[in-house]
Design a protein around this ligand. Structure first.
Ligand code: LIP
Length: 282
C-alpha cells in the first residue's frame, strides 16, 4: 500500500501544479472570467473551476481507474457526496473562487486522497504564491519541500486567528458569525485574518503563521487536504463545539495545540449547516 500512496502523492502534486500553473488557473486570471452562481447569489463558480476539476479527475482515472471522487463541481452537478472506505479523491479545483473572480491573490487547488475514510495524502497548491503544500499521513507536512511545524504559542492573547465569512447571507448565520468574531477579537487576540480560502487558511496554521482557523459552512473538499497538513505539522483538529472533527459536518477548528483550541471554542457561536452527505446537491 505504501508504494501506491506514494504514487497517489506524486500524482496529486503533479496534477495540482498542472492545473494551477500557467496552464489553467493563472492563465484564466489574464482574461475575463464569466461567473455563474450555485446555491445563492454569492456562491460563485466559473468555467475554470469545472475545467480544472475535469482535468484532475481525468488524470486520476488514467492512473487509478477504480478510484472514486468527491469533487466540488461534480457534487454541484448532482453527483453524490458520500465518503466510503474505497480510495477516494476529494477535490476542490479552485478553493477561493470568489478570490479568483476578483483576482484577489489567494487561490488554491486542493486535493485530498482518502482510504477507509482517513485522509492519507493532502496537497494544496497556492497557485499565485507558487507554494506547493504536501502532507502524507505519518510522513510530515511540507511547503515547497521545507518541513512545516505549527506555532508553539499557547497564549490566546498572543495569537492570530483565521476565519471566513462564508457564502451564506441568512441573517441568523451572519449574526452568529459576527458574534464569534467579536468574541474572538475581544479576548483580546492579536488579530483575525482570512485568506478567502479554507485550504490556505489551514496551510497558514500548519506553517505557524497563525495559531488557529475556524469556520462553519465550509465543505469537505475545502478542508480534506488542509486537515492533514495541520495534523502532520503537529496541530489539532476539532469540531467547533469540541470533540473530534467530522469532515462532512461543515464545521472545523484547526489549531496549533489542544489548549489553544479549547480556549477558542469557548468563543465560537456554533450552528449546524446541512451536512455535505445529507444535502441533495448544492
Ligand atoms: C470557499 C472556502 C471559504 C469559504 C467559502 C467557500 P470555494 O470555497 O474556502 O473559506 O468561506 O464559503 O466555501 O467555494 O472557493 O471552493
Amino acid at each position: 500500500m505504501a508504494d501506491a500512496w506514494k504514487e497517489a502523492m506524486e500524482l496529486a502534486e503533479k496534477t495540482a501544479r498542472r492545473a494551477g500553473e500557467c496552464g489553467v488557473v493563472c492563465a484564466a486570471l489574464q482574461v475575463e472570467r464569466s461567473v455563474m452562481t450555485k446555491s445563492c447569489s454569492v456562491d460563485l463558480v466559473t468555467q475554470t473551476d469545472q475545467q480544472v476539476e475535469q482535468l484532475i479527475i481525468q488524470s486520476v482515472r488514467d492512473k487509478f481507474p477504480t478510484h472514486r471522487f468527491i469533487g466540488e463541481e461534480s457534487v454541484a452537478a448532482g453527483e453524490p457526496c458520500v465518503l466510503t472506505d474505497e480510495p477516494t479523491w476529494i477535490i476542490d479545483p479552485i478553493d477561493g473562487t470568489t478570490n479568483f473572480v476578483h483576482a484577489f491573490p489567494f487561490v488554491a487547488v486542493s486535493i485530498g486522497f482518502s482510504v477507509n475514510k482517513q485522509v492519507e495524502v493532502g496537497v494544496v497548491f497556492s497557485c499565485l504564491e507558487d507554494k506547493m503544500y504536501t502532507a502524507r499521513r505519518g510522513g510530515g507536512a511540507f511547503c515547497n519541500g521545507q518541513r512545516l511545524q505549527v506555532s508553539s504559542q499557547e497564549d490566546i492573547q498572543q495569537a492570530m486567528v483565521c476565519t471566513e465569512f462564508g457564502s451564506s447571507r441568512d441573517p441568523e448565520v451572519v449574526e452568529k458569525i459576527f458574534c464569534s468574531l467579536r468574541a474572538v477579537l475581544s479576548i483580546p487576540t492579536h488579530g483575525v485574518r482570512g485568506a478567502g480560502t479554507a485550504a490556505i487558511n489551514m496551510c497558514l496554521v500548519a506553517s505557524g503563521c497563525v495559531e488557529a482557523y475556524y469556520e462553519i459552512g465550509i465543505h469537505v473538499w475545502d478542508i480534506a487536504a488542509g486537515a492533514l497538513l495541520v495534523t502532520e505539522a503537529g496541530g489539532v483538529l476539532m469540531d467547533v463545539q469540541g470533540g473530534p472533527v467530522d469532515l462532512m459536518s461543515r464545521r472545523v477548528l484547526a489549531a496549533n495545540s489542544p489548549a489553544l483550541a479549547e480556549r477558542l471554542l469557548q468563543e465560537i457561536h456554533s450552528f449546524c449547516p446541512i451536512r455535505d452527505d445529507a444535502a441533495p446537491s448544492l
